[in-house]
Write a protein of this length. Structure first.
Length: 765
């Protein structure tokens, strides 16, 4: 009865194919337009889900202390304080003066404001008389930094401002300028992450065309595949726009992931369609082919949807969005596969095997011999696959006291192409100047007393303690402008520590708040109840950040205990560095949680699809082998987990399980036959589609290998390798394990084997 209802439903879809084609013709262009409206955001702050407490705290901090995006322009010279070098710096500053949304500042500006008319040697003496400017990364032995502050809103304005800065410097003839800063990094990340998928599509398209024409020998079949895939991707990406998603570091993979997964479903459907038995009318065969593939395609799509939806557990925002987005897109692909694609097959009159002979003789001979081969080597094949799985688990998670787990990388340098000037500039700055790790210490007072001398004196004492902490390379805070004023006045950098002396030094703080923008960046002028300190520190990994934050809190507790002026005040460490560390800390939990959830959900699908409990477990062998062997290879070649490679587990499991579902589905079409016959039947009916779908999928992701964006390049290489390993296990380890589990033996080798092509009638049933 259920089969009859399914047949009637599919027949109704086929009858309404003209209406369906019209509907899709209207929907797809609108979806494509909507897809172009999706913004691209690849900054570190986009890696954290908005509900994260530290994300909320950092955003709240920015409402009190709004920050412009800053780029450091390091103007290099053999002698930065020579007249010629200062002239170059002035030329750069003059060139940028007319650039919209860009303001500039340098150490030289501060010194000249304090000492009008000072010559190069006096400026040198003043700058080198304190280590403050050097510790803040504003000067070095061979450069002076020009701070370019970008007053921009959104990626478009930022990119325009960066391009205008480069153009202005080029027009002024100012060369030997290194560029360092988050705006340049985020701009590069957005361009390269978007370009990565764009570069992969031609590789995918080339192989799709080649395989479709080789396998089906029909331009009409190719056109049906291309139109269905295009509609799927357009509708799926548009769904992300409706859900409010953005293209981030990893979500640019959504179109490619949906494309390759949908291709597999369409290849399975069309491979069944071309096997038209003799004497069966095309209309009847078309419905039977759709009905025959409805269960495995639906089950595999459902498993993939649930697998990607498991990424919703991640605390990393792009990974969560990518999982939900891909799950929605795959659901759309299922609808397209059973509505638009059958309509296209009939409207374009794609040929079946009656009119176009499908090339399959080589594969048929291979499929004929595989069962006996896997039986003879069953123990070696199964044992080797399981050993690789165990080694992969150890390589990924480690063994306490014996082997460390895979390293985790969220360092900004690891996301840049080492061949770029941007990478070289950042690495040089980190090695020769200061680390790029920045933390914000936010102090909130219970009352508006930020300009009270005793409060400032207590905060200054706390700042001195923080400056002395291990791995802290520089600190700037609310008393820093007062210290610099004292230093430039020739009274030394340190402020008086006695209450009366400090009160005299800070007597005009309220006036300075009105005239000095530097001071307003450390004291909230509106409420007078908030301070902030900016810390530069070494060792920006999770352990280093945790140690730094713990020491800062210990120093704060000591300062608050000593000074009644800080009673009731609260401190919190916030900032982008904290968010970056949280991303790194979330990578391994994301991998473990999504991996376990994906396996559990796919196993649940197998539970309802297959009757044999043992087969449910054996069906997972190829996917697990492919995934864990890939992580083993990553570890052996020195790779690391990052926001792209972390989703390989879900991508591989969610995609390769299609093969096992189709394989076992067709094995169960011969429930009373021997294992050898069931294996041969499954290999004949679904094996060829598995091979070509795998090649297309692997090529699609392999296209990412030409990306200049390292995480996506690693993702493409590893995913392609995993697909090929899964294919290998489908035809070796899986049958071998089935031989061991069943205890059967193949028929006598002297018995005549069925010739290729003799199974066309059974394939059509």
């Amino acid at each position: 009865m259920a089969a009859d209802r399914l047949t009637r439903a599919l027949a109704a879809v086929v009858r309404r194919r003209t209406a369906l084609l019209v509907i899709y013709a209207l929907l797809v262009p609108a979806a494509a337009w909507l897809a172009t409206r999706i913004p691209s955001e690849s900054g570190i702050d986009r890696l954290i889900v908005p509900s994260d407490p530290d994300y909320l705290a950092t955003r709240a901090f920015h409402t009190v202390f709004p920050e412009s995006e800053v780029v450091l322009l390091l103007v290099e010279s053999d002698d930065p304080w020579s007249p010629a070098a200062l002239t170059r710096l002035d030329a750069a500053k003059a060139a940028l003066r007319g650039v919209p949304h860009v303001g500039t500042f340098s150490v030289v500006d501060a010194l000249r404001r304090a000492r009008p008319g000072a010559g190069p040697e006096e400026l040198r003496r003043l700058a080198q008389g304190t280590d403050f400017f050097r510790r803040q990364g504003l000067m070095g032995d061979r450069f002076l930094a020009l701070v370019a502050s970008l007053d921009v809103h959104g990626p478009a304005e930022r990119d325009a401002a960066l391009a205008a800065v480069d153009a202005a410097l080029a027009r002024a003839g100012v060369d030997r300028v290194r560029k360092v800063g988050a705006p340049s990094v985020n701009s590069w990340l957005e361009r390269q992450s978007s370009a990565a998928s764009a570069r992969a599509f031609p590789v995918f398209a080339l192989l799709l065309v080649g395989i479709a024409l080789f396998l089906y020998r029909s331009w009409r079949a190719l056109l049906a595949l291309v139109l269905a895939l295009g509609a799927t991707v357009a509708l799926a990406v548009a769904a992300g726009a409706l859900l409010g998603f953005s293209f981030t570091i990893v979500s640019v993979l959504v179109p490619l992931t949906i494309l390759v997964t949908t291709t597999a479903s369409l290849v399975y459907l069309h491979s069944r369609f071309i096997d038209q038995p003799p004497g069966v009318p095309l209309a009847e065969h078309h419905l039977e082919a759709l009905r025959n593939k409805f269960l495995p395609v639906t089950a595999s799509t459902l498993a993939a949807v649930m697998g990607f939806a498991a990424l919703a557990v991640s605390r990393i925002r792009p990974i969560r969005e990518m999982g939900v987005w891909t799950a929605v897109g795959l659901a759309i692909s299922w609808v397209v596969s059973f509505t638009l694609f059958p309509a296209l097959q009939l409207a374009l009159r794609t040929p079946t095997g009656h009119t176009v002979q499908v090339r399959s003789s080589v594969y048929d001979r291979l499929a004929l011999r595989l069962p006996s081969f896997t039986f003879r080597h069953r123990w070696a094949l199964t044992g080797g696959a399981l050993a690789a799985c165990l080694a992969g688990v150890i390589a990924l998670f480690g063994v306490p006291g014996w082997v460390k787990g895979a390293s985790v990388g969220v360092d900004m340098l690891e996301y840049l192409d080492p061949s770029t000037q941007l990478y070289r500039d950042l690495r040089w700055y980190r090695e020769h100047v200061v680390d790029l790790n920045v933390a914000r210490v936010w102090i909130h007072l219970p009352a508006p007393a930020a300009t009270d001398p005793e409060v400032l004196r207590a905060v200054d004492g706390f700042q001195r303690e923080v400056e002395a902490l291990p791995d802290v390379t520089g600190v700037a805070g609310p008393t820093t402008p007062l210290r610099m004023r004292s230093y430039l006045a020739g009274q030394g950098e340190a402020l008086p520590r006695d209450p009366a002396g400090f009160a005299r030094a800070a007597a005009d703080v309220e006036l300075l708040l009105l005239t000095e923008g530097d001071l307003r960046s450390f004291i909230d002028v509106k409420g007078l109840s908030d301070f902030q300190l900016t810390l530069l520190f070494r060792h920006g990994d999770a352990a280093g950040y945790a140690a730094m934050a713990r020491r800062v809190e210990d120093a704060w507790n000591a300062a608050r205990a000593e000074s009644p002026a800080l009673r009731g005040a609260r401190l919190r460490v916030v900032g982008e560095a904290l968010l970056q560390v949280k991303v790194g800390a979330s990578l391994v939990p994301t991998l473990a949680e999504s991996f376990l959830l994906t396996v559990a959900l796919i196993f649940t699908v197998f539970l309802f699809l297959f009757r044999s409990g043992l087969e449910r477990l054996l069906a997972l062998i190829p996917s697990l082998f492919a995934l864990l062997a890939t992580f083993l290879g990553m570890r052996l070649f020195g790779g690391a987990l990052n926001v792209a490679t972390i989703i390989i587990a879900t991508t591989v499991l969610g995609t390769t399980e299609n093969d096992q579902i189709h394989f076992f589905h067709h094995m169960h079409e011969r429930p009373q036959a021997s294992l050898e016959e069931r294996l041969r039947h499954a290999l004949r009916v679904s094996g060829r589609a598995i091979v070509f779908a795998t090649f297309i999928n692997a090529a699609g992701f392999f296209g990412l290998a030409i990306s200049r964006f390292p995480p996506l390049r690693q993702f493409g290489l590893m995913t392609s390798a995993a697909f090929l390993l899964a294919l290998l296990a489908d035809f070796t380890a899986l049958p071998a394990a089935l031989w061991i589990a069943s205890g059967e033996r193949p028929e006598a080798e002297g018995k005549p084997e069925e010739l290729p092509g003799a199974g066309r009638e059974e394939r059509g049933r």
